[in-house]
Design a protein around this ligand. Structure first.
Ligand SMILES: NC(=O)c1ccc[n+]([C@@H]2O[C@H](COP(=O)([O-])OP(=O)(O)OC[C@H]3O[C@@H](n4cnc5c(N)ncnc54)[C@H](O)[C@@H]3O)[C@@H](O)[C@H]2O)c1
Length: 320
């Protein structure tokens, strides 16, 4: 039996679906935060909401009654996949920061308490490449140097990682922190780059690119991220940090070429000033994931974007 928090979200819904396909029992927790529309989250869950091995708890994690609910309902949880969070780099400045301290930092603490009480075999935490900031060493190993995130979001993820480390040391809780690098594919969050680009192309608008397009990202297709996440639940290590990246490191100008090819449409670009909090490059060393999780990212950017474009047209565009 597995517990997945954030099961209605982009990555969490794919993870839940795959675990159920593999024959596992899954308890899903999600409060449908208002960061993006609930219709999208309901659609994310449509393939498994009625699955006989799935139980859904629609509650905010930071609400203590929801953790009570988790305690009373659950007896044998093999692992917790903690994906619920306030995601998104750009929205983390200013008044919005509270959403990040509540849904990312506080929620992590609540789930760590649940994990130690239930004595799970593994707490899998969804961390982020944002913890690296502009580290300057590429490809970046997990222990490449001091971590100085350049967005408030990155700070809350790093603080949550530290909390994981503390719970491991204090309670011997087995933990793996997965640092995901820009995950994409069907169900991607509407605030993420590829979704904005596809939306602009489809509606004949100009794509606004922050900077000159030379920024690079190590893009990770969602099924690859999910494979690594599932492997993390049963991996041998008692405490690890592992980069999860796709090996499709390209700059934004190259992304535009792929989009032209995938959509068969005209792609017009306007370069606008860089955005506070956006790192210049991400490029991961994935040797830890390869050796520990048998991780081997399979999906190429063009194929992954083709799948995402199809989903955008067939499903997302009808949900608005
Ligand atoms: N998508 C990426 O490229 C990426 C990269 C790095 C890290 N991550 C991390 O992976 C995880 C999943 O990301 P995603 O893109 O699927 O995000 P998402 O926003 O689609 O999913 C998160 C889900 O968590 C739920 N949630 C948030 N706070 C909650 C709370 N307090 N109680 C219950 N439910 C709550 C939301 O309603 C949402 O459905 C997040 O922790 C994110 O920070 C994602």
């Amino acid at each position: 039996m597995y517990l997945v928090t954030g099961c209605a979200g982009f990555i969490g819904s794919h993870l839940t679906e795959k675990l159920l396909e593999q024959g596992h029992y899954v308890i899903g927790v999600d409060s449908f935060t208002e960061y993006y529309h609930k219709n999208i989250k309901e659609n994310n869950m449509k393939n498994f909401i009625a699955h006989k091995n799935f139980t859904f708890i629609r509650k905010p994690i930071e609400d203590i009654t929801s953790t009570d609910l988790v305690f009373t309902n659950l007896k044998h949880v093999d692992a917790i996949f903690h994906l619920a969070a306030q995601a998104g780099v750009r929205a983390s400045w200013g008044d919005n920061f509270r959403q990040y301290t509540i849904h990312t930092f506080e929620a992590a603490q609540k789930m760590l308490e649940v994990a130690r009480t239930l004595k799970v075999n593994k707490f899998v935490f969804a961390s982020s490449s944002s913890v690296y900031g502009d580290i300057g060493t590429y490809p970046t190993k997990e222990h490449a140097g001091e971590l100085w995130p350049i967005s408030p979001y990155g700070v809350t993820k790093l603080a949550s990682e530290k909390l994981c480390n503390l719970y491991h040391k204090a309670y011997n809780l087995p933990i793996i922190n997965l640092r995901y690098f820009t995950v994409y594919g069907p169900r991607q969050r509407p605030d993420m780059g590829f979704m904005k680009f596809l939306d602009a192309i489809q509606n004949n608008r100009t794509i606004k690119i922050h900077g000159d397009g030379s920024a690079t990202r190590d893009f990770t297709y969602v099924s690859d991220a999910v494979d690594a996440t599932i492997a993390a639940a049963t991996c041998k290590s008692n405490y690890t940090i592992a980069n999860i990246a796709g090996g499709s490191r390209v700059n934004l100008n190259e992304v535009m070429d792929v989009l032209r090819h995938v959509t068969g449409k005209e792609v017009r670009i306007e370069n606008i000033p860089e955005q506070l909090g956006d790192v210049k490059h991400t490029y991961a060393d994935i040797e830890t994931a390869k050796s520990l999780l048998n991780y081997n990212p399979k999906v190429k950017l063009e194929d992954g974007l083709t799948n995402q474009y199809k989903w955008y047209k067939d499903e997302f565009s009808k949900l608005q």
